[in-house]
Design a protein around this ligand. Structure first.
Ligand SMILES: C=CC1=C(C)c2cc3[nH]c(cc4nc(cc5[nH]c(cc1n2)c(C)c5CCC(=O)O)C(CCC(=O)O)=C4C)c(C)c3C=C
Ligand SMILES: [Fe+2]
Ligand SMILES: [Fe+2]
Length: 343
């Protein structure tokens, strides 16, 4: 019997690369919409509604949008035809590059991207894929380290969509890839390229700081594995870079609110380094796969200034993986592993 052409025999398959989300414009109105959706997610802020609602609507959404809009304006990308928030621009480029790479390897897979908060939303993209006849979807969060605040929240958004759909596609989820060899090697290559130009830190007057996004300490105590996964990523990366313990530090940035978050905090740590005689710090943010407000503004502007005004002399921010070829190849292998049996 003649086999059916593969396009007829294999159900259509897609990968949905899901990132956090970002405002559509660097304006207070767009920030209010984005922060309102983001900070209303009970995976992100676990306080009871009757406590959190008055704080969010009475204080945060009145004050933060204008301040944040100025920060976003300072990092907004205007790159040829492309303009937008760096998080959205890089995520879109990653999805397009992964789509091209999977197709070049002979795989009939469509890759799209979605944002957990803002647009294009996860529901919009799942609707669009279903309208195109896609029957199998791999959900690939853009977070190497699992946290309930990010990865599980993506799963919640997908579950919310499935609850309204009669004829469901098959679904698979990637939970983590914090120890994936391709990911670690792509990070190491990024940092080595930087050091080929500027020299390696000696551990005495120069150090590498690996800064991860923070999380309330309480989430860790309650069982969120994020902290441990960040430590594993850092250890594997240090091994790949052949670093001794005195050459690097692991820190946590982006504290929000008054509660205790994962420590040590990035900014006070680099200030203390400067005061103790460290002249140069290189900062990389391995948990962020795309540059965004947290890396370009918080690290490369605020933390830079804090280090230099505390007596430091050289501050070098090492960009995220973005659309580096080694990273797209690593993403392809992560996707392939989870697609196995489907293609
Ligand atoms: C309020 C609590 C927050 C938790 C918990 C949190 C966890 C968390 N976030 C990321 C990744 C990103 N966060 C980004 C921005 C951002 N995060 C928070 C708050 C929490 N994050 C806020 C209020 C903001 C907005 C920026 C600001 O106003 O300060 C981003 C960048 C978005 C962008 O548009 O560029 C990312 C990425 C992780 C990985 C994480 C838990 C592990
Ligand atoms: Fe965050
Ligand atoms: Fe931040």
């Amino acid at each position: 019997m003649t086999p059916l052409p593969s396009s007829m025999s294999t159900p259509k398959t897609a990968v949905l690369l899901c990132n956090l989300g970002t405002p559509d414009a660097p304006t207070p109105a767009a920030l209010r919409r984005y922060l309102g959706e983001f900070l209303s997610d009970q995976r992100v802020v676990e306080l009871p509604r009757f406590v959190w609602w008055p704080i969010l609507h009475g204080i945060i959404l009145r004050v933060r949008p204008a301040k944040s809009a100025k920060k976003y304006a300072s990092i907004w990308m205007r790159d040829g035809d492309t303009s937008g928030s760096p998080l959205r621009v890089w995520t879109e480029r990653q999805a397009n590059a992964l789509d091209a790479q999977l197709k070049a390897s002979g795989q009939h897979v469509t890759v799209r991207y979605a944002m957990r908060y803002g647009s294009p939303s996860i529901a919009q993209q799942l609707d669009a894929l279903q309208a195109e006849g896609v029957q199998r979807i791999l959900i690939l969060p853009a977070y190497p380290q699992y946290s309930a605040t990010t990865t599980a929240s993506v799963v919640d958004a997908v579950a919310h969509w499935t609850s309204k759909i009669r004829s469901l596609p098959e679904l698979r989820f990637v939970n983590r890839y914090h120890d994936d060899t391709g990911y670690i090697n792509a990070l190491a290559a990024r940092i080595n390229t930087h050091w080929a130009q500027h020299g390696r830190p000696d551990g005495k007057i120069s150090k590498l700081v690996l800064s991860f996004h923070g999380l309330p300490e309480r989430n860790r105590t309650l069982g969120d594995p994020y902290y441990d996964e960040c430590q594993t990523t850092a250890r594997l990366l240090a091994e790949a870079l052949r670093l001794t313990p005195d050459q690097y530090l692991v820190t946590f940035q982006s504290r929000f609110g008054a509660a205790k978050w994962l420590q040590p905090y990035t900014e006070p740590t680099v200030m203390a380094l400067a005061r103790s005689g460290v002249q140069r710090v290189d900062v990389a943010c391995p948990g962020f796969t795309s540059d965004c407000i947290e890396t370009l503004e918080e690290i490369d502007q605020e933390v830079r200034e804090a280090f230099l005004t505390s007596g430091g002399q050289e501050f070098r921010y090492i960009p995220c993986l973005n659309d580096e070829l080694a990273w797209i190849s690593a993403l392809e292998r992560i996707a392939q592993k989870h697609l196995s049996g489907w293609l």
